[in-house]
Design a protein around this ligand. Sequence first.
Ligand code: FAD
Length: 456
Amino acid sequence: MTVKTPGELRNVVRGEVVAPGDAGYDEARKVHNGMIDKRPGVIVRVANAGDVMATVRYARDNDLALSVRGGGHSGPGFGTNDGGVVIDFSRMRGIRVDPSAQTARAECGATWGDFNAATHAFGLATTGGIISTTGIAGLTLGGGIGYLSRGLGLSLDNLLSADVVTADGRMLIASESENADLFWAIRGGGGNFGVCTSLEYKLHPVENVYWGPMFYEIEETENILKFYREYIKDAPEQMGAFPAFQIAPPLPFIPEDRHGDMFVAIVACWSGDPAEGERQFKAFHDLAEVKAEMVGPVPYPAINAAFDGLFPTGIRQYWKGNFVKELTDDAIAAHVRHGPKAPTVSSTMHLYPINGACHRVAPNATAFGHRDANFSMVILAASDNPDDDEDNTQWVRDYSDAVAPHSEVGGYVNFMDDDDNDRIRANYGGNFDRLVEIKRKYDPDNVFRINQNISP
Ligand SMILES: Cc1cc2nc3c(=O)[nH]c(=O)nc-3n(C[C@H](O)[C@H](O)[C@H](O)COP(=O)(O)OP(=O)(O)OC[C@H]3O[C@@H](n4cnc5c(N)ncnc54)[C@H](O)[C@@H]3O)c2cc1C
């Protein structure tokens, strides 16, 4: 029997169904980016894979737009829509760690905070994002860049299998040995191929790390970036370090008279022996005078939450990103011109290194494009004041235009905004045509289209 209304859907799912007019609807329709203000026809807080299957069928049979929400961090707000259906995983965040096999299976509502806490209990971790509230699912299915990428690869390089509900409402296991084409496509192709209910990851011994941000005078930008491009080429792979622009927040490790000043920073994480951390950080300390820093040994999950305060739920955001092969002198000149103009304390440019282990995976082994890029750059403006939106968006666009001639045309799908849809082919490079083929097989009617869409 076809389910036709949210009321009927309530009878077939175990989880909570929230529709307009219900108590809690306004809370349930929110996503992380406060610029997004959409009103779905129904939000289903799924309780199990069966709920996901029923909700996919409901959306498909009634030809309704379907959004899938894990952590809700999508910049363009793909985790919601106007008038359609939202599958919300926030009630499904169970994680089971197998310490002897060094694997973890996590339900797709888990955040990196949930995941890291669960695996840290066993002295294990895998590559995740740098903010604890980001969802494991959206981040992994698009790529997954973080402090551990140089040593352990992208998050998706650590994916062993996934349970996937496809457009026809079936559930498939995707792994190297089952539905291998689907497994290939979801490792980079995001939510285009189905709704993952759980993901299984390879874990690695990472317990405590030596970590911290180091702030330098903004006039040192050229010097810092020129040092960094050489240093990161062959730095030990346990070193995850990226340069950033940062207005000094009012934190105790920064001299009070410098609060609000703009700095160039290096944020570094040494995931080898923490006792060696101080020696590994010497290069950053010798490079220029560090005006403020907060470095030392910390449990890995703690660094994942260190910047959460800068990105609270509801903050208004605009994003752009590019892959970068070489950080040329001209690119550095563009960073020197635009980076210091970052408009708010939550606005920044981060240049994440994706060499090392990320390069040891063949370019066509997963759908993630651009294995030959050395960096994934993100420019992000964020503020809680709607009056800032126009200027902030313009800053991101101007900066992005200035660095574009020195970058790849494509960028990391998880750093794209909703005006970047014309870049999808470029984002996937040589993997795009195979993605289209697999999309035609698993989702010929484009049921999963609210994403960086690969049109069938
Ligand atoms: C504050 C902040 C920090 C970030 N830091 C990093 C970082 O360090 N490294 C990094 O790589 N990226 C980072 N990102 C980008 C992040 O990877 C993307 O925003 C990603 O989409 C977030 O995943 P989510 O589950 O939280 O988002 P959601 O908005 O819930 O989902 C985004 C999209 O992912 C897909 N998706 C989500 N869940 C599923 C599922 N279960 N099955 C199928 N498809 C699904 C859907 O297409 C969905 O629309 C950050 C984003 C923010 C806002």
